[in-house]
Design a protein around this ligand. Structure first.
Ligand code: ARG
Length: 467
């Protein structure tokens, strides 16, 4: 990066004094917006082609511009481009290099355009591409969850409410709960993409341009759904970025909750699963430690993504129409949101298939905590007792179990009959974990047969997205 104050500013004509050296640094965005280079060049090429299409520049001028811009792209990708702080941002860095390369013709590129519509276009092109990548990472994680769910459809663990043992559930069913949350996250990102995919170019600084431009043509070249309907709105609002950050914050909250379970389950106290060594780290002092760093970090990173959402909302709230320099502050939170989400999804999609499941520990835990108490109450209801009375009867049986250290299934028939004489030997079928889980055999229920059909639906949705 060069801090060469003598570099001529594209807007220098109106000024008599040069910019204060620190102000130059303070106002520059090139340090972070250089990552938009590819989208900036794509947008400029489309703009040049449109200018030639409507006859504002000649075809030969357009070809010079396109060749020059493509050469600049190659230079940047080769690492052969010296970014200049004096040239403020990605737009002026590239335009000025184009003028250096192709001379006078390069000075025509900015006809009918402003950095205001240019930056909004670059950001939308960037975000559209990133949303597509994020959606494929969600697909990959959902596939990993469906695969593990298939393998563990018959594995039973305690389901919790209030983190107290509630009812036995299939581990496959539990895993599919995460796949469902991710499905809605995917849908939110796809929906957000529709509003990202609208083109600001042509809005120019704020009011449009006097040149006879063809916005529909540029939009088509760039794959945008349509040009933005209002020039003031097009250059000023960043609601598409805020909406994206809101969808991203929700994905991170889901991953954070999932992380919390992985951390609990891999503790010595639960011991339901083991995370692969390759996704954990040790302690520099305690030799026995194997820490679940990956889920802990993802849980922690959900905080910064939520922070970026609040940051962008706050950035927007006081701005009068139209563009204000405040908007330059949209980039770092947006970029960090994309990077954080992409990294978190990637590491989860890689880690989930490598989880070791301790089926026997899960089953033993499900035998504790009277997880089949509701099954006993339902059994009594089927024998003609009202649910409230059945609840009371089972409550007394559980209290007896607590006092004697026995699970319901461990009490002999005569002992159980002491609580209600409608109980017969058939009761032990409903008191088994397998019986309890298999009984919940309706759409959305935890019966292994339902889990298998839910896996089919998840896979069908994933396959549908591939075509
Ligand atoms: N670097 C600026 C940004 O990120 C580009 C637009 C500058 N426009 C202006 N009128 N100063 O928003």
């Amino acid at each position: 990066m060069t801090a060469d104050s003598s570099t001529e500013k594209p807007w220098g004509g109106r000024f008599t004094e040069s910019t204060d050296a620190f102000v130059e640094e303070f106002t520059a965005s090139i340090g972070f917006d250089q990552r938009l280079y590819r989208h900036d060049i794509t947008g400029s090429i489309a703009h040049a082609r449109m200018l030639s299409h409507v006859g504002i520049i000649t075809e030969s001028e357009c070809n010079q511009m396109v060749d020059g811009l493509e050469d600049i792209l190659a230079d940047i990708e080769r690492g052969d481009f010296a970014w200049s702080v004096a040239l403020e941002d990605i737009h002026m860095n590239i335009e000025s290099r184009l003028i250096d390369r192709i001379g006078e013709t390069g000075k025509k590129l900015h006809t009918g355009r402003s950095r205001n519509d240019q930056v909004a276009t670059d950001l939308r092109l960037y975000l559209r591409a990133e949303i597509d990548t994020l959606c494929s990472e969600i697909d990959r994680l959902q596939t990993a969850l469906a695969d593990l769910a298939e393998q563990e459809a018959d594995t039973i663990l305690p389901g919790f409410t209030h983190l107290q043992v509630a009812m036995p559930v299939s581990f496959g069913h539990h895993l599919l709960a995460w796949a469902e949350m991710l499905e809605r996250d995917h849908a939110r990102l796809r929906d957000c993409r529709k509003r990202v995919n609208v083109m600001p170019l042509g809005a120019a600084a704020l009011a449009g341009t006097g040149f006879p431009i063809d916005r529909a043509y540029t939009a088509q070249l760039l794959g945008f759904e349509c040009p933005a309907a209002n020039s003031l709105d097009a250059v000023s609002d960043r609601d598409f970025a805020i909406e994206f950050c809101s969808a991203a914050a929700l994905v991170m909250v889901h991953l954070s909750r999932f992380s919390e379970e992985l951390i609990l389950w891999s503790s010595a106290q639960f011991n339901f699963i083991e995370l692969p060594d390759s996704f954990c780290t040790g302690s520099s002092i305690m030799p026995q430690k194997k820490n679940p760093d990956v889920p802990e970090l993802v849980r922690g990173k959900s905080g910064r993504v939520t922070g970026h959402l609040v940051g962008l909302l706050t950035l927007m709230k006081g701005q009068p129409l139209a563009y204000n320099k405040d908007n330059q502050e949209d980039k770092e939170p947006l970029f960090d949101t994309v990077d954080t989400l992409k990294g978190s999804l990637r590491v989860f999609a890689d880690m989930v298939p490598a989880i070791t499941v301790h089926r026997d520990v899960m089953a033993a835990a499900a035998h504790q905590g009277f997880s089949t108490a509701t099954d006993l109450a339902d059994y009594l209801v089927r024998k003609g007792i009202t649910f409230r009375d059945a609840h009371e009867i089972v409550g007394r049986a559980v209290l007896h179990g607590v006092e004697t250290g026995k699970d319901l299934a461990e009490m002999p028939l005569e002992e159980l009959r002491g609580f209600s004489d409608v109980i017969d030997a058939g009761v032990f079928e409903v008191l088994t974990l397998e019986g309890s889980v298999a009984a919940r055999n309706h759409t959305g229920g935890t019966a292994p047969a339902q889990v298998r059909s839910a896996i089919k639906s998840v896979r069908a949705r994933l396959d549908g997205r591939k075509t």
